[in-house]
Design a protein around this ligand. Structure first.
Ligand code: HEM
Length: 554
């Protein structure tokens, strides 16, 4: 009997116990392989079929890469040539070539694949209203890649749920107009200092405005964030600028898994900077706490106040409130560090992009430059910094800013994620599906804006933003609903003020070296910079000086 058992074990080549481990490993490997195959092949194929049954099609899913390869090659091809003619505003095929191409084949709602992740592209304003307004409870902001979060900070832009609601409520007072108007003299002074560095002679000077405006917007966001601690804030933001450069470098190496954790020289420098930023902020918070200011409306002051007096809604629940959500953690130093990063990132580039495209468009469209200057001189006079009352009366400048935001929205798209299975426009959207909302495509849709959709025509905004198109949600440069841009009033105030101060003093035209090539690198950028020629108007009210200058290279 015993001999028999030994013979059987020998026949199997091992004992039962000795075999179990390799078999278990084999079994686990098969299960993992099947799971991976399910994630990378069967699930995308099931989803593709699910959408196809409901009439939603798109480019076919390819194993692992989805349709990223086609997208990248379309983007590279489009960005290899500048716009032709050089004043064309038909920029959608250059900026979002994959959207432009696939929309022609599959219609405005279609499915694309970011690797194995399904992204439903939605550009119908009725559906957009559902996503951002009526069903916003089931469509959440999607979680961006950790490297993007490292760049933009883990603040308001990327927070979700209770923590987002708490931070938004705490920070909102900063952006009330009553508070923002206090910034006007400071922002005005920064712009004045900058324009005064340009030669006050009849000579033209070339300025790359895409670089130049960053000084204005950086200064504005520093004052908004740090208020009376402006100088300390400036030093902290300088450290963050360096850190963003390291994070941007790591972002370019996104294809090396775990790169951001490797102790490379750049990563070590970035970690060192992180510590330094934190130390500086802790020091600054300490100093502010020693001289408390209950009325502080700068972002730092509001966060310090909120960190010592948590919102009552977020206290630990009592028996009576046991069904209320768990308390949101009080605002910590890390939260403050992350919010500073977020506001710096969200507030600086976006607004400098708006100013860049606005001045490029004014340089291209001398007739509108003239009309705007006429208004600025009439309302504000030729000298000094315009006041809040002046700014409120600059209707033409306001229309020009809106038309710029329509044609050249700094944020060209945004993304949402379905939290649960949900019905949208009569179609079933599975949980986890991402929705890509191509803001720029909606702004360039002729069915919403009319046949002159690709023309620069600020007059379409004469009756306000909500009446400019055939649909009230066709104009969404700042997003829509609860997560709409918190900084939009600041952005428009800064832009109006800077444009007014420039038009009071200078005539603008495109430099001969200007190449019209808008491209989306996180935000809408001029691919080769934006060199403009500035010429001092000796007597700004002298119409002929400006008119003589308006002969441009167009
Ligand atoms: C022309 C300038 C600007 C444009 C075009 C712009 C655009 C946007 C858009 C489209 C969103 C919504 C994103 C989404 O729904 O997924 C947003 C959100 C946000 N923006 Fe802006 N923005 C601008 C200026 C600013 C400024 C100056 C600040 C800060 C001072 C700022 C801070 C933020 C923040 C914190 C959020 C997130 C809000 C939340 O989720 O509660 N933005 N912005």
């Amino acid at each position: 009997m015993e001999d028999n058992k030994i013979v059987q074990e020998d026949m199997l080549g091992c004992s039962w116990k000795g075999c179990f481990l390799p078999l278990a490993i084999l079994w686990a490997s098969i299960m993992i392989a099947l799971k991976v195959l399910d994630l990378l092949w069967w699930k995308p194929k099931r989803l593709e079929e699910h959408f196809a049954e409901q009439g939603i099609r798109g480019p076919p899913y390819r194993f692992f890469v989805g349709c990223v390869r086609e997208m990248v090659s379309m983007i590279l091809e489009a960005s290899s040539k500048p716009m032709a003619p050089r004043t064309s505003h038909n920029v959608l095929p250059r900026v979002l070539p994959f959207y432009h191409h696939w929309k022609k084949i599959y219609g405005s709602t279609f499915l694309i694949w970011f690797g194995p992740t399904a992204r439903l592209t939605v550009a119908d304003p009725d559906l957009i209203r559902e996503i951002f307004l009526s069903r916003s409870d089931v469509f959440e902001r999607y979680e961006s890649h950790p490297l993007v979060r490292q760049l933009e900070g883990e603040g308001l832009v990327s927070l979700r749920g209770e923590k987002w609601a708490h931070h938004r409520k705490v920070l909102k007072p900063t952006f009330h107009m009553e508070n923002l108007k206090l910034l006007i003299p400071f922002i005005g002074k920064t712009v004045l200092d900058m324009v005064e560095k340009l030669p006050a002679s009849g000579e033209e000077v070339e300025v790359d405005v895409s670089e130049w405006f960053q000084t204005v917007t950086e200064d504005a966001i520093t004052r908004t964030a740090f208020g009376r601690s402006y100088e300390d804030g400036k030093a902290i933001f300088q450290l963050q600028t360096q850190q963003i450069a390291f994070a941007a470098d790591a972002f370019r190496k996104v294809f090396i898994p775990g790169y951001r954790f490797l102790p490379t020289r750049k990563n070590k420098n970035s970690w060192k900077l992180e510590k330094e930023i934190k130390r500086s902020l802790i020091g600054l918070i300490g100093r502010r706490k020693e001289q408390p200011d209950g009325d502080a409306k700068d972002l730092l002051g509001l966060m310090i106040n909120a960190s010592s007096t948590p919102d009552v809604r977020y206290r630990a629940p009592t028996a009576a409130t046991s069904k209320t959500p768990p308390p949101a953690a009080a605002i910590t130093v890390r939260d403050i560090v992350e919010e500073c990063k977020t506001f710096f990132f969200a507030g600086k580039q976006t607004t400098s992009n708006l100013l860049t495209w606005t001045t490029v468009l004014l340089a291209m469209h001398q007739d509108w430059q003239e009309r705007a200057r006429e208004e600025v001189l009439r309302v504000c006079g030729p000298h000094g910094v315009p006041s809040r009352d002046h700014l409120a009366k600059l209707k033409t400048v306001g229309m020009i800013l809106y038309e710029t935001l329509r044609l050249y929205p700094p944020a060209v798209a945004t993304i949402r994620r379905a939290k649960t299975e949900v019905e949208l426009g009569g179609r079933r959207i599975p949980r986890g599906t991402e929705l890509l909302i191509p803001i720029m495509a909606i702004h360039h849709d002729a069915t919403l804006w009319g046949d002159d959709v690709a023309q620069f025509n600020p007059a379409r905004f004469a009756d306000g933003a909500s009446r400019a198109a055939r649909h009230p949600t066709a104009f969404i440069p700042f997003g829509l609903g609860a997560r709409m841009c918190i900084g939009q009033n600041l952005a428009l105030l800064e832009a109006k003020l800077a444009v007014a101060i420039i038009l009071q003093r200078f005539a603008l035209r495109l430099a001969p070296t200007y190449v019209h090539a808008p491209t989306a690198l996180m935000l809408l950028q001029p691919q080769y910079g934006a060199p403009l020629l500035f010429r001092w108007l000796a007597h700004p009210s002298d119409r002929s000086a400006a008119a003589a200058h308006s002969e441009s290279f167009l």
